[in-house]
Design a protein around this ligand. Structure first.
Ligand code: HEM
Length: 431
């Protein structure tokens, strides 16, 4: 289909057409120049930056662009479906300047206390506990049974709760994500709030070696309410993109000969598949909501103060001024983690989690293959995430009593939090 300049109005980023072919839509949007008019939900317009240079100019200029949505969100009805992703909260994402620095420091310092080898062990523990549930079956939906629950089990442990709570977190967030009715979404939201509130209350009574306790005791001195908001943000910001990064990488590895051979000693690695996804199919495809502090002419478009402007990392990476296509191993500067003061503060741990999750799965199930061609996989509609609805696969079953390493006999530890003696960096060295 030849892209045509849309005659009037805006291009929707919701609904099945965008989910089926986002790059076709980005090609249409480029006809407008570096900034295009889109709708992120019916009746909710936004300016979308699709050009790499323009994206960097925006992300690196906090003097012109604010992250505070409070004036803009007043224009939306209270039940607008994008509000959960966009509305102001007292956390790092929606604040500028000193407030932002303070909130962000708590998150960055606390993650810096987790030793990479311990994080890896925890990922392996969570991965093995999930693989054990389907390994004897010979078939699996990798999204619902592996990539989506894995970060939740892991975060449950990192925030300091026993594995039993992990199931609660998985159930609450699944209800929110898969909600078949507004009531189910509300129920899931309530369960998620209950989980985080209980977590903070427990840690207020008794600290441990975990992220929640480190948030509470951080020298920046956050109130329990602020800690609650930071835990919400970290779980929300961390879980969904990490799950999708793992799913999208697996879908590539299992459908591309170059990666397929890797499973049995080929040229490209899990890390290559992940870098490839970060460039061409970033799990957070469009976000970085910003609002100009005053009317501004930006790369040829007039934008009024407090109008919503978003960055398409996916379009910017893949446009004519973006990055060359295909897997690269040189760590070139794609925008999947954004850039500037609000760039993802947990990039390295997130990469370690994704690489370990892919490697662990494929090391036990080395003949894993998709049961439907990649082109026929379905993607969840929505303007923000590039997310598969499912990833059905099959493999030769493995059993607990078979010879060699299995997920039953080779986990370094469970995903349950370690005893308080586990080695962590003291806060003073984490800056
Ligand atoms: C361990 C998992 C992760 C955690 C805990 C995490 C946490 C966060 C936090 C707290 C922020 C807000 C930072 C700020 O405003 O200063 C953020 C921003 C961001 N993260 Fe991550 N993240 C994780 C994984 C990922 C992954 C896998 C991706 C995608 C590849 C990603 C992409 C981004 C992007 C693009 C932003 C900027 C969003 C914006 O400014 O609107 N993150 N992340």
């Amino acid at each position: 289909m030849t892209p045509a300049v849309p005659s009037a109005g805006t291009v929707p980023l919701y609904g099945p057409d965008f989910a089926a072919d986002p790059h076709g839509v980005y090609a249409r949007l480029r006809q407008y120049g570096p900034v295009a008019p889109v709708e992120i939900s019916p009746g909710v317009p936004a300016h979308l930056v699709t050009d790499y240079r323009a994206a960097l100019d925006l992300l690196r200029d906090p003097g012109t662009w604010s992250k505070d949505p409070r004036v803009w969100q007043e224009t939306l009805p209270p039940d607008c479906p994008v509000l959960p992703m966009m509305q102001w909260r007292p956390n790092a994402l929606f604040n500028d300047g000193e407030a932002h620095t303070r909130y962000r420091r708590v998150i960055s310092d606390s993650f810096a206390r987790i030793e990479p080898h311990l994080l890896r062990e925890r990922v392996i523990g969570a991965a093995d506990s999930l693989i054990r549930l389907f390994a004897e079956r010979g078939s699996v939906d990798l999204v619902t049974e592996y990539t989506r629950p894995l970060p939740l089990l892991l975060f449950n442990a990192l925030f300091g709760l026993p594995d039993a709570y992990g199931a609660r977190l998985v159930s609450a967030l699944s209800k929110m994500m898969e909600a078949r009715s507004p009531e189910e979404a509300t129920e899931g939201g309530g369960e998620f709030y209950g989980y985080v509130s209980e977590l903070v209350a427990l840690k207020l009574e008794q600290r441990g070696d975990d992220l929640t306790s480190w948030f509470l005791d951080h020298p920046e001195g956050q109130s329990p309410e602020e800690v609650l908001q930071q835990v919400f943000l970290t779980l929300g910001a961390g879980n969904e993109p990490t799950a999708n990064l793992i799913s999208n990488a697996l879908s590539r590895m299992l459908s591309d000969q170059r990666y397929y051979h890797t499973l049995t000693g080929g040229a490209l690695t899990a890390r290559d598949a992940i870098e490839d996804v970060l460039r061409s199919e970033p799990p957070l495809a469009n976000y970085s909501a910003h609002f100009p502090r005053h009317d501004v002419r930006f790369h040829g478009t007039w934008i009024k103060a407090n109008e919503l402007v978003m960055v398409s990392y996916s379009a910017a990476n893949t446009g004519p001024d973006g990055l060359p296509p295909g897997p690269r191993t040189d760590g070139g500067a794609h925008l999947a983690w954004a850039a500037g003061p609000h760039a993802c503060p947990v990039k390295n741990p997130a990469l370690l989690i994704a690489v370990t999750a892919v490697e662990r799965l494929t090391s036990f199930l080395s003949d894993l293959e998709l049961t439907v061609p990649r082109e026929e996989l379905a993607w969840r509609p929505g303007p923000f995430h590039r997310a598969l609805t499912g990833l059905p696969a099959r493999f030769s079953p493995i059993t607990p009593d078979q010879a060699g390493a299995t997920p039953w006999n080779s986990s370094p530890s469970s995903s349950t939090p370690q005893a308080p003696t586990s080695p962590v960096r003291p806060l003073s060295s984490a800056r």
